[in-house]
Design a binder for this molecule. Structure first.
Ligand code: SER
Length: 620
């Protein structure tokens, strides 16, 4: 089955079981400062998992576009990709384990046609310190399902990440793990901050019989072994816990199911192919083979890097993230540069020329890619031209070092960080030209310092943003709505939001506008926002049909798709509102609440990408 067929079957299967199909949220989370990208299906649904009512009901299903930046370096093996779609089905306080596990089993074996003998499962081993019991209930459900399929499923006592390789499969079918079978955004129970939801989960693995265990990964194979024989294809999280401020666990107001399935991996299992690229990127592989006259088999790593990265970049740009130097834009730039470099190994080929094939393949599910294909292609082409020029300049620098016969750590570091040269390429070039004096160790030390710094930066960001429903963040969220409208009043109605990030300290908005704002314009925007705060307007949430909201001119997010019923916030009564936005909240009730924090002030206005400006502002 192709990925498009798997997606269609999955959504239909759950729709027939009372689920409302909801559209994918954008890859850049709205109003969630804890993370740069949507990397799982649950992120956009956090408020509902915490107990808020979802306008589309308590059974939902979707296929969520996801991007995991931390996997960029992993790309090159048979299964890691940065972009993927996560199939989801959601019970918001409705069904639980007894329905979830049989449905997923039925979907895999009956709809996709996987052989139940090739399926292995894991369940939660329990954690006394966290006060969460062992999940024998899921194990019992699995035993019965396998037994009905004619398989005697033995459960294995306890395998941990550490002793799995020692113990091996032991003839088991159901495996109890601890850390691997707990899910929260922050990871294992002890890492979860207060207020974070999570729970035990049960994973399903598909066995590729033709892959022999590789002892490089340990003496014996087991489902969570990294050798590639077992591929995780779906995870049912039983999300019923929330971390308390004192470190113990409490129960969420409702018990939820958060299921996440790897669309591309299920498609790969359905074809019995362990190489996800051959299943999900075959049209790109063919296009590359044709245009370069090379073969996938001979350049497997370069092909995988190009295919993964260019596809991720297309989806990210489609959601409004242009290549840049900061935040999300930095990753798009990095993806493009890595793919351009990989492509340079195959001959003269433009990665921008691959955009059309990706858009074509996804046009039914993601029509926004089609609408914006010209824009996507031209921004990739611009980046490609710029980077090719940078590379040429870097090459000149490199020639200079070759001339003097040595390369210092600092020089190598600059080639990597300023000119985007990967170390392998530098080593290759100088190796060929006979330079032997290279301070690789010193270079690695410099690079490590650089990485430590950026890691510290992102941890800080996570911490700072966690109080995302705190009073301070909520006030800034309302200020953010006022600001967007004030920008439209001052700069013109064509100004729209292209990104947003709100912490307790400040708000940040990215918007399209071609020039630097003048001091007068900034003053006027501040004046309008403060005036609306003083007018003490009510902030009102209304649920309505998407059409109605569009008729009212409600502001929506660039590139986002919305379900048929939406939640809208207006500042001022709906019929006479100052601002109306599609939005999930939370907000203050009256604008005068913002005065408790102070007056609205713009701290900084700057360019982040071509045609995109960024404002940082505070209430102080
Ligand atoms: N939240 C779980 C995951 O991302 C299941 O959706 O794996």
């Amino acid at each position: 089955m192709t990925p498009n067929q798997v997606r269609e079957k999955y959504l239909k299967f759950f729709a027939e079981r009372g689920h409302t199909v909801i559209p994918s949220a954008p890859l850049v989370p709205e109003n969630d400062p804890t993370t740069l990208f949507t990397g799982s299906g649950m992120q956009p649904l956090i408020p509902y998992l915490l107990g808020k009512n979802h306008p589309a009901g308590n059974r939902l299903t979707d296929s969520q576009k996801s991007f995991r930046a931390m996997d960029i370096e992993e790309v090159g093996d048979n299964r890691h990709t940065t972009f993927f779609e996560m199939l989801g089905n959601w019970s918001l306080g409705d069904y639980f384990k007894q329905e979830q596990l049989p449905w997923f089993f039925e979907f895999l074996t009956k709809e996709i046609g996987l052989d139940p003998k090739r399926l292995y499962v894991s369940v939660y081993a329990g954690d006394e310190t966290a006060g969460v019991p062992r999940d024998t209930e899921s194990a019992e459900v699995w035993k019965k399902l396998f037994s009905d399929a004619g398989i005697d499923a033995k459960d294995i006592e306890l395998i941990t990440e550490e002793n799995g390789a020692e113990l091996g499969m032991q003839g088991g079918r159901i495996f109890y793990y601890r850390d691997k079978n707990w899910w929260s955004r922050a990871g294992v129970p002890e890492k979860m901050p207060a207020g974070e939801p999570g729970g035990p989960d049960s994973e399903v693995f598909y066995e590729f019989e033709h892959i022999a265990h590789d002892p490089k990964f340990g003496a014996h194979c087991h489902p969570n072994c990294d050798c590639g024989r077992y591929l995780e294809i779906g995870n049912s999280v039983f999300m019923e816990f929330i971390k308390n401020a004192d470190g113990t666990f409490g129960k969420l107001p409702k018990r939820n199911v958060d299921f996440g399935g790897g669309l591309e991996r299920i498609a790969a299992a359905s074809q019995g192919k362990d190489d996800v690229f051959l299943v999900n990127h075959s049209y790109l592989i063919e296009a590359l083979e044709q245009s370069t006259g090379t073969t996938y088999a001979d350049h497997i790593r370069a092909y995988r890097v190009i295919a993964d990265h260019i596809k991720a970049a297309v989806f990210l740009i489609g959601d409004g993230v242009l290549p840049g130097n900061k935040d999300q834009g930095y990753f798009v730039r990095r993806l493009l540069r890595r793919s351009i470099l990989a492509a340079s190994k195959l001959g003269t080929i433009s990665v921008a020329s691959l955009v059309g094939a990706i858009v074509e393949n996804y046009k039914d599910q993601y029509p926004e890619l089609h609408t914006k294909s010209a824009e996507i292609e031209s921004s990739i082409r611009d980046e490609e031209n710029r980077f090719t020029a940078t590379l040429a300049r870097g090459m000149k620098e490199l020639e200079r070092y070759i001339g003097k016969g040595s390369l210092s750590a600092q020089e190598a570091y600059e080639l990597v960080t300023t000119y985007g040269f990967p170390l392998e390429l530098i080593l290759e070039e100088i190796g060929e030209r006979g330079i032997t004096q290279i301070d690789i160790e010193g270079f690695k030390e410099l690079l490590k310092q650089h990485q430590d710094l950026s890691r510290a930066g992102s941890e800080q960001k996570f911490k700072g943003g966690l109080a995302d429903t705190s009073e301070a963040t909520t006030r800034l969220h309302t200020a953010h709505h006022l600001l967007l409208k004030a920008l439209q009043v001052v700069l013109g109605p064509e100004v729209h939001q292209r990104g947003s990030n709100i912490t307790q300290e400040r708000l940040r908005i990215d918007f399209n506008y071609g020039q630097k704002m003048t001091d007068e314009q900034k003053k006027e925007v501040e004046r309008i926002v403060n005036e609306k705060i003083q007018e003490n307007l009510p902030v009102i949430r209304t649920e309505m049909s998407k059409d109605e909201a569009e008729k009212l001119g409600a502001e929506h997010e660039f590139g986002a798709k919305y379900p048929d019923r939406v939640s809208v916030y207006s500042v001022g009564p709906l019929e006479n509102a100052f601002s109306i936005e599609f939005c999930g909240g939370p907000h203050v009730e009256q604008t005068s609440e913002l005065t408790k924090a102070g007056t609205f002030k713009i701290l900084k206005e700057e360019a982040v990408a071509q045609g995109i400006r960024r404002i940082r502002a505070v209430l102080q």
